[in-house]
Unconditional design. Structure first.
Lengths: 249, 289, 307
């Protein structure tokens, strides 16, 4: 069965990065690098400037925008794309338990997201690193990115399976909930995946990453994070298990 | 009387035919309706209706409260676009793909192009339709605000005479801002083959531009710092509105601090509209699918 | 190969107010069974229920006496060729069939894939991307993928769609050979000529109900309340017609003179053949051609639809 699941993973990976879609990944990974080029060109590069720049780059652009976007695209494509293409049926008529299929697809989406986001941050850091920017700095943000990928992909894998407009709904979640609502209501921040990612960065960074601004307490992060992860996967599992393929109409 | 057997088979039509312009107008109307989800499935009405309601809400609230408790200034013409920019971004992110990508993916684009309508006509019709839809969402509330403010006064006619010059900037502002959002969203959507990816692209634009703008402001120096805010659609729209209505922006806001000449905003908005339209037309240059 | 069977017991499937499949009961045995019906009759729904992709709203759908839905292991014995044309476009034919073989947990996926591909005559284009395949080639690669694990039950949803006559003939041969090995093969179609040579048994579905089942010649015979028709050419059609009508044989319902010959409608097929011969000899008329005209699936089907 392992070989079968590996094939499902391989199929999903091919689906995410086939043809033109690979450029999406390249674009996401390359944007921060592009911005560092701009930085070198436009900034006086005084002491502390690089730190500042990378801080904003990683937290405001990568974690806040690129991470959810990548997760939405990869997460909803794994199921929504197959449904739309009509190829999901070839995965369902196999002696492979459906919950395993969901898990494999989730893992692939999560790995794809984490890889792209980590590459993005690594590239930017590599091009700018100096004495005040040790490896720990970028590692803490990568940790946040991976955590965010874990959670976001769980939500979006389910959405891709449950709705036809999964991607659009996922995007609305990002814009409205994470950007607008959390800015207005502090309490809601303990439900925002982005805040979790940021908090984990601060926790791993341990001083390297400034802890200014509201930080979700780590216990909340672990607890709520686990709940969201488990819940997202559970509903997705349930959804596929009960999934019925009717006539195409 | 002679007997004949009538030919009831395929008949050719040799009467008058409507021309290209009629076809374009029809496509325009159809796309306009499609932007609000009319004539499509149930679910496609959700976001347009939501945005429609939310966009009128401040005006309704203001008039409602003012009529009950006297004039308040919850929101003004100059502020309105700034408040609703996010909703407009959401609207175009959801609907621009509906207008462009569904035709491509279900093959109806080929049908359109096999009519007397040209590819460039198609692009113009879509741009016009989406801009018109946005016009409804921008002009509508402001007109409602205007009418409300006039009618609430004890002497409506004097109020009207005092306010009516505001109609010009209202119209100009909403027209340009609508075209701004429409051209950006359509230009981005024209590159995608799937509706979902087009939406993602548009949202990526509206998510990343404010972030990049903020970042540039942090690291850059001198004039670049000031011009960076033009990248942020909300700031751009705010500055533009303030200039149009000749109103000072809130003291500590980004726009005030940057203190750019008002014409800059006008220029950037216009330039974006033009660039977006050009990109869209470039994508629909050939009469091929 | 052990004998397997697919059984439907009062299976129904509805979606809200719409009944797609209405109380269908049948047993499918080794050999080719044709599932016929117009579009929208519920054929794909029945196939998907047999394939375990849909649960029946009531009744049971059993494969080897176990419910088809809910247990992934049943797919070791089932192969499905869906109707929709779409296959993973970015894979090559070989990659796709091999992936299916691996997912089916076949012992030697590479060999199985190659066997299936060779059987369906797709060895040539197998390494090209599926996006470059014609419709008929896509159909064949789908059938190869469905057969790669040697299933005892093979369900094909409109498999001849998009195939040219030569490809169709080849596929017929393949399916006949598979059926002879003892598999249960179900082919759905709304084009009747496709199944005329292939299916021994047919199930006819009309508007969700099973309108007829069994060997189509038997079905035909069961419908005794409809006249059988013979087309004749003889040396003197008019006189033969008159003789038949006036001959006192109650089973002759009517005759009709047409430019192509004489059409005789009768209630009893076998007796008619004897009556014909006797009447012609007595009237000294030579029979040139005698054809029973509506044995074909087409007339069976049209008749059932009109009912």
């Amino acid at each position: 069965m392992i070989a079968a699941l590996r094939t499902v993973a391989w199929l999903t990976w091919r689906q995410l990065f086939s043809g033109h879609r690979v450029w999406v990944a390249v674009a996401i990974a390359g944007l921060p690098l592009l911005l560092t080029v701009f930085y070198r060109f436009a900034s006086e590069d005084l002491e502390g400037d690089r730190l500042n720049f990378l801080l904003i780059l990683n937290s405001q652009i990568v974690l806040a925008a690129l991470l959810p976007l990548a997760a939405v695209i990869f997460g909803t494509t794994t199921f929504g794309g197959e449904q739309e293409d009509g190829t999901l049926i070839y995965l369902l008529v196999r002696p492979v338990p459906r919950w395993a299929i969901v898990l494999v697809k989730y893992l692939v989406a999560m790995l794809a997201t984490a890889t792209v986001i980590s590459a993005a941050m690594l590239l930017a850091w590599l091009s700018l690193r100096n004495a005040e920017l040790p490896a720990r700095f970028v590692a803490s943000f990568i940790a946040g990115g991976v955590a965010g990928a874990l959670l976001y992909c769980a939500i979006f894998t389910y959405l891709g399976l449950a709705t036809k407009r999964g991607l659009i709904i996922g995007l609305i979640y990002i814009i409205f909930f994470e950007n607008v609502v959390t800015r207005q209501l502090e309490g809601v921040k303990s439900l925002s995946v982005r805040e979790f990612a940021t908090s984990i960065s601060k926790w791993v960074g341990d001083g390297l990453v400034p802890t200014a601004g509201y930080t979700v307490p780590m216990t909340t992060v672990w607890v709520m994070g686990s709940i969201i992860l488990a819940a997202g996967l559970a509903v997705a599992l349930r959804k596929l298990t009960r999934y019925e393929l009717a006539e195409r109409l | 009387m002679t007997s004949t057997i009538y030919d009831l088979g395929y008949q050719r039509y040799s009467g008058a035919r409507f021309g290209r312009m009629h076809a374009v107008k029809t496509l325009f109307i159809f796309s306009f309706r499609g932007a609000f989800g009319l004539g499509r499935g149930e679910r496609s009405r959700l976001i347009p209706l939501l945005v429609l309601v939310l966009v009128f809400l401040p005006a309704v609230v203001q008039i409602g409260v003012a009529s009950a408790a006297g004039m308040i200034n919850l929101i003004s013409y100059a502020n309105y676009l700034e408040f609703t920019a996010g909703l407009l971004a959401l609207f175009v992110a959801a609907q621009a793909p509906e207008l462009l990508v569904t035709d491509k993916s279900n093959g109806t684009l080929a049908l359109y192009l096999s009519r007397p309508i040209r590819a460039s006509d198609y692009a113009w019709a879509k741009l016009g339709a989406l801009a018109a839809a946005l016009l409804l969402l921008t002009l509508g509330p402001q007109l409602m605000l205007f009418v409300g403010r006039v009618l609430i006064q004890a002497e409506p006619w004097t109020a009207f005479m005092a306010e009516w010059t505001k109609l010009f900037p209202i119209l100009a502002g909403t027209l340009l801002v609508s075209t701004y959002f429409a051209s950006i969203a359509l230009a981005i959507s024209s590159f995608a083959n799937k509706r979902a990816f087009a939406s993602a692209g548009v949202i990526a634009f509206f998510l990343l531009t404010p972030a990049i703008s903020a970042m540039v402001r942090v690291i850059a120096t001198g004039d670049l710092r000031r011009y960076a805010i033009l990248l942020n659609p909300v700031n751009l729209v705010t500055g533009f509105s303030k200039w149009l209505f000749d109103v000072e922006s809130a003291r500590r806001s980004t726009v005030a601090r940057v203190d750019l000449p008002g014409e800059t905003y006008l220029f950037v908005v216009l330039a974006t509209c033009v660039i977006g339209a050009l990109v869209l037309l470039a994508r629909y240059r050939k009469n091929e699918v | 190969m052990s004998v397997s069977a697919v059984r439907l017991v009062n299976a129904s499937r509805w979606y809200g107010n719409v009944v797609a499949v209405n109380d269908v009961s049948c047993t499918l045995t080794p050999g080719v069974t044709g599932l016929l019906g117009p579009n929208g009759a519920g054929k794909t729904t029945v196939l998907h229920m047999m394939a375990g992709l849909l649960r029946p709203s009531s009744g049971e759908v059993l494969v080897n006496d176990r419910p088809a839905a809910g247990d992934p292991d049943v797919y070791r014995t089932i192969g499905l060729v869906p109707e929709r044309e779409s296959v993973h476009e970015y894979l090559s034919g070989h990659e796709f069939v091999r992936a299916c073989a691996v997912m089916q947990q076949v012992a030697d996926p590479e060999a199985a894939a190659q066997r299936a591909i060779d059987l369906l005559d797709m060895a040539g284009p197998q390494h090209r991307r599926i996006a470059t395949y014609s419709k008929g080639m896509k159909q064949r690669i789908k059938v190869a993928a469905a057969m790669v694990h040697d299933p005892a039950v093979l369900l094909l949803d409109e498999p001849f769609n998009g195939m040219d006559p030569r490809q169709r003939l080849h596929m017929l041969e393949v399916l006949r050979a598979l059926a002879l090995e003892g598999r249960v093969i179900v082919i759905s179609s709304h084009i009747l000529e496709e199944l005329n040579d292939l299916a021994n048994n047919i199930l006819v579905m009309v508007a969700g109900r099973l309108a007829a089942s069994g060997h189509f010649r038997e079905i035909r015979r069961l419908m005794t309340d409809r006249p059988h028709t013979f087309r004749l050419r003889s040396s003197d059609d008019r006189r033969l017609g008159a003789a038949l009508l006036g001959g006192g044989d109650q089973s002759v319902f009517g005759v009709e003179l047409t430019p192509e010959g004489l059409v005789v409608r009768t209630g009893e097929r076998v007796a008619m053949t004897r009556t014909l011969a006797r009447t012609a000899r007595q009237a000294n008329i030579r029979l040139l051609e005698v054809r029973p005209t509506d044995e074909s699936l087409e007339s069976v089907f049209a008749y059932l639809v009109e009912r």
